[in-house]
Ligand binder design. Sequence first.
Ligand code: HEC
Length: 158
Amino acid sequence: MKKRVILPLIAALAVTTTVGTAFGGGHSDTNPAVKARNAQMSLIAYNMGILGSMAKGETEFSTETATAAATSLAKVAKLDRSILWTEGTVQGEVPGTRAKAEIWSDAAGFEKAAVGLETAADGLVAAAGQDLDALRAAMQAAGASCGTCHKAYRGPRN
Ligand code: HEC
């Protein structure tokens, strides 16, 4: 290859890499919907962690902090599922996902589990405005909603 061909090629490659990194966070081969829903789950887990350490007495109960975490969790739990759980982005077909085929073959069941989390998150918001006992009870329900869905719709580690 002549030099005048190689240089534009390198420039083009550099642009592709930069754009890929900007949207893919370094894993340009990961499906964007998979990345987005795992980011959603990470945010949910982050807020659950804040509430969980209060529930366990590791950090002091604060209505303000608990409300901030619960409100964030509730908002994130309500992201539109149609653009996150896109058809075909199933474990075994697309790299990096643990989404089971049942998410689509049993869409009603998956929706029910997702609404279960939304309801549990609303319970967390209400409890955060009350006291530690209320938060502990609401955390039980929220934790159960994670487990119910993961058991049925999340596959083994890749
Ligand atoms: C409606 C079903 C559903 C509910 C409810 C749910 N999850 Fe998930 N979660 C999933 C699925 C499916 C995956 C795997 C997604 C993938 O790999 O594409 C996942 C993945 C995760 C991950 C891995 C994220 C990553 O970066 O790999 C974490 C952490 C997580 N969930 C935490 C939680 C917590 C905490 C709760 C409860 C507060 C919860 N989830 C509730 C379905 C659910």
